[in-house]
Design a protein around this ligand. Structure first.
Ligand code: ATP
Length: 291
């Protein structure tokens, strides 16, 4: 069953056409990586789906509703943007208590979600004193409190380090697997977001260049070979026993599932400074005509 349906979707800003009559569907219980270069039209598309801006022409239906004239959508859809917008002068604990009461959720459930993102240690801090990445993670917690059916996340991990990015991805993966939540997520780091997704939609110059299941569009060997740079190679390598690895200085070339590899290294105590699948990034850029 489709959660989002678009047919001939067009968006103009004055004389400039940002989306040129695009058509696609998003099925329930999938994670779709929305990838493309700067100015491709990703944010414009995600904002239309979220009801933040209106289309110019065409058809768009989100959970069976017109997102510009929503009925139940605000309750069922969570929007995550790359910039946090939180009250800054009060403590995290106060924000959390207020949010729990507003969304009528159990404080314990909020704390569990915060634990998953390693946020609980900031409980007594004022929001204004948190790093941008920590504020962003807090923002994500609030966005998820209403137990959405659909999450639209525009560059949600832009301000986060590798470990935090995967904490966020793991939450999306869990929500999809346990609750059948549908996720649309955009990122500049195509290879990373594709690695955690079931589907990929490649956009450039306001056109969907390709769209479909990751397993059909991308070869497994290309998906599962990437590089990480860590602070402690020995500890990281020990954590990756059973995986094929090649070490050069602080860099490890790994073959395997990216989510599992990152979880193992995070659990080992080693720190990942850098993670990239350049081969896949280049291939996606080539397919999209992305300079
Ligand atoms: N409010 C606006 N008024 C005029 N032009 C706009 C507006 N919003 C977006 N655009 C233009 O539409 C095009 C698509 O922008 P959009 O932000 O959707 O791209 P994007 O793929 O999200 O890029 P990025 O990754 O840099 O955020 C760009 O050329 C942008 O300049």
């Amino acid at each position: 069953m489709s959660v989002v349906e678009a047919e001939g979707l067009t968006k103009r800003f004055g004389d400039f056409e940002a989306l040129h009559g695009i058509s696609f569907i998003v099925s329930r219980g999938t994670i779709t990586a929305v990838v493309g270069p700067n100015g491709a039209g990703k944010s414009t598309l995600l904002k239309i789906i979220s009801g933040l801006i209106n289309k110019t022409y065409g058809h768009i239906s989100v959970l069976g509703e017109d997102p510009w004239k929503p009925i139940s959508l605000p309750r069922r859809l969570s929007i995550i943007l790359d910039r946090p917008f939180l009250p800054t002068l009060i403590t995290v604990e106060d924000v959390v208590r207020e949010a729990a009461s507003e969304f009528r959720v159990n404080l314990k459930d909020v704390v569990n979600l915060m634990d998953e993102l390693n946020l609980s240690l900031f409980f007594k801090n004022k929001v204004k004193d948190l790093s941008t990445g920590t504020k962003q993670k807090l923002q994500i917690v609030f966005s998820l409190l209403k137990n959405p059916e659909l999450i639209v996340a525009d560059e949600p991990t832009a301000n986060l380090d590798v470990a935090s990015r995967f904490e966020v991805y793991n939450i999306f993966i869990r929500l999809k697997e346990k609750m059948g939540v549908t996720v649309l997520i955009s990122s500049h780091i195509a290879s990373e977001v594709i690695s955690i997704s079931t589907h990929v939609m490649g956009i450039n110059n306001g056109i969907v260049k390709y769209s479909g299941e990751v397993s059909r569009l991308i070869r497994k060997d290309m998906l599962e070979e990437f590089y990480i740079v860590v602070d402690n190679v020995e500890v990281a390598r020990e954590a990756l026993k059973g995986y094929t690895t090649e070490v050069t200085g602080n860099q490890i070339k790994v073959r395997g599932n990216m989510v599992d590899v990152v979880s193992r290294i995070n659990a080992s105590g080693a720190r990942i400074f850098y993670l990239r699948n350049s081969l896949l990034d280049k291939s996606v850029q080539g397919e999209l005509g992305w300079e």
